[in-house]
Design a protein around this ligand. Structure first.
Ligand SMILES: Cc1ncc(COP(=O)(O)O)c(C=O)c1O
Length: 370
């Protein structure tokens, strides 16, 4: 199966450990093991745990805890995966057959885009509109969806823009899918990383053929656990579980245990509050910096996610700009080219404030001389 390189992940995998100021991350800075569990838990529970396979579709306790995040979700309609990345992989692998049409929200995390093309699907791009504050074009969606549409794929909250669909826009997606019996695949991994608004509504429960993917990597600050999940109709989840036998068999056993801790009510609310405080305070810093840049940088501030798309005025290609920031300033950002949007860079702001402030100062210094 020929696959296009996953440009953003290649870029991050290659350079993220080499730079001093990594502004390419999209989640809240990771928490430590010690802030999740105390020493007695580590000694009494973790240390005595046999390192067996664990439950292939996720432990019943973890699936119950995940189900509790959604209205009326049964635990047996959840499949726990190794990160949201595996969840997206399984869903795409299961759904997309040669010549299927896939209507895909853009810009987007390009995983499903690349995989769907690799599996022979035909992508029909549904763009969020940069000049309209990243709002979707509902009329365009209506004309893109037709009898050959197998799925409408959305990323909500959106990576890279931080935009969130309104309930009316979600209804329009459901109507378009329902008209032709298509699936809705909703990557909701930024759920819980809302900044100054309510939690993003989920596609779960709005449409019977919805497959929701999510995980602990972003709002929870736990990307290293590699815990994600898929929530959907029972037959679909059973079929996806069968595919999971071919990929990773089971989520890592220790990660399953720690994920249960993370989703226990007390820790969950502590992590949710940490996310909100970090996002609000760092967005203040980023907003002040954008204001200082005057017309050199413009944006629509994100509603969710620790990422913002910045449009810069300098006459330079975004990959060339990102390369220059990396080699001359030791700052890693994601070039807009990776999302098909030259003239933009994606900047993460979920890290320590000191790193963010210095990274931004260095970006500003380069933009000022271009
Ligand atoms: C929209 C989206 N989906 C999935 C992933 C992968 O997440 P995970 O670390 O849970 O595998 C990312 C990571 O950046 C993402 O932005």
């Amino acid at each position: 199966m020929p696959l296009d390189p996953f440009a953003m992940e290649r870029w991050q995998s290659t350079y993220e450990t080499e730079v001093a100021y990594n502004l390419s991350e999209s989640g809240i800075m990771p928490v430590t093991l010690a802030s999740l569990v105390d020493h007695s838990w580590i000694r009494e529970v973790l240390a005595r745990q046999a390192l067996g396979y664990g439950h292939s579709r996720g432990s019943p306790e973890l699936r119950e805890a995940i189900a509790a995040l959604y209205p009326d979700a049964p635990a047996d309609q959840i499949l726990v995966t190794s990160g949201t990345a595996e969840a997206n992989f399984l869903v795409t692998w299961w759904l997309v057959e040669p010549d299927d049409e896939i209507v895909l929200m853009l810009p987007n995390y390009m995983q499903i885009h690349g995989l769907a093309q690799g599996f022979g699907g035909q992508i029909r791009a549904w763009w969020l509109q940069a000049d309209k504050g990243w709002r979707p074009d509902i009329a365009a969606l209506e004309s893109l969806v037709g009898p050959r549409t197998k799925a409408i794929v959305v990323c909500n909250p959106n990576n890279p823009t931080g935009a969130v669909l309104t309930p009316e826009e979600m209804d329009a997606v459901v109507r378009a899918a329902g008209r032709v019996g298509a699936w809705i695949v909703a990557d909701e991994v930024y759920h819980g990383a809302e900044i100054l608004r309510d939690l993003t509504p989920t596609f779960w429960g709005r449409y019977e053929r919805a497959l929701v993917t999510c995980g602990l990597s972003k709002a929870y600050g736990l990307p290293g656990l590699r815990i994600g999940w898929i929530l959907g109709p029972r037959e679909a989840i059973d079929a996806l579980w069968g595919r999971h036998d071919y990929t990773t068999i089971a989520p890592a056993h220790l990660s399953d245990m720690l994920a249960r801790v993370a989703l226990s009510p007390r820790v969950h609310s502590r992590l949710a509050q940490r996310a909100r405080l970090t996002l609000q305070s760092n967005l203040g810093l980023l907003t002040a910096w954008v204001t200082e840049q005057e017309e050199r940088v413009t944006w629509t501030p994100p509603e969710a996610g620790a990422i913002a798309m910045l449009r810069y005025r300098a006459p330079v290609n975004s990959t060339a700009l990102a390369e220059r920031l990396r080699t001359e300033q030791s700052v890693l950002v994601v070039p807009g080219d990776h999302f098909g949007l030259d003239g933009f860079i994606r900047v993460g702001y979920g890290m320590e404030a000191t790193v963010l402030a210095e990274g931004l100062r260095r970006i500003g210094a380069v933009l000022a001389i271009l």
